[in-house]
Design a binder for this molecule. Structure first.
Ligand SMILES: [Zn+2]
Length: 97
């Protein structure tokens, strides 16, 4: 079951903040795909108290975030992803700064 908090405006704001903090770089070593999602390091289905904890959040590219979800069978991944907010050109520009 998905956490309803993922759809809140508060989460959208926090996710944007984390992406900026991590410079849109995927947390996976060696990955150079711009991060457009935010991953809960410790899954919020098991650690709901860490949902808003910035230390538990990392920027991650969509591919790695969703493949991580696939690996953890039965685990709900709470992922923020809105490609309209961060089109590739926008991210490329941010990563140059
Ligand atoms: Zn990645």
């Amino acid at each position: 079951m998905s956490d309803k908090r993922i759809h809140s405006a508060k989460w959208s704001r926090l996710a944007k903040k984390i992406l900026i903090r991590d410079s849109y770089e995927c947390a996976i070593d060696g990955c150079d795909t711009p991060a457009t999602t935010v991953d809960h390091v410790r899954p919020s289905s098991k650690y709901p108290e860490l949902f808003w904890d910035e230390d538990n959040l990392v920027a991650m590219c969509a591919k790695h975030n969703f493949s991580k979800g696939a690996r953890e069978a039965g685990e709900t991944r709470n992922t923020w992803y809105n490609p309209d907010w961060f089109p590739p050109d926008y991210i490329a520009e941010k990563m140059k700064q």
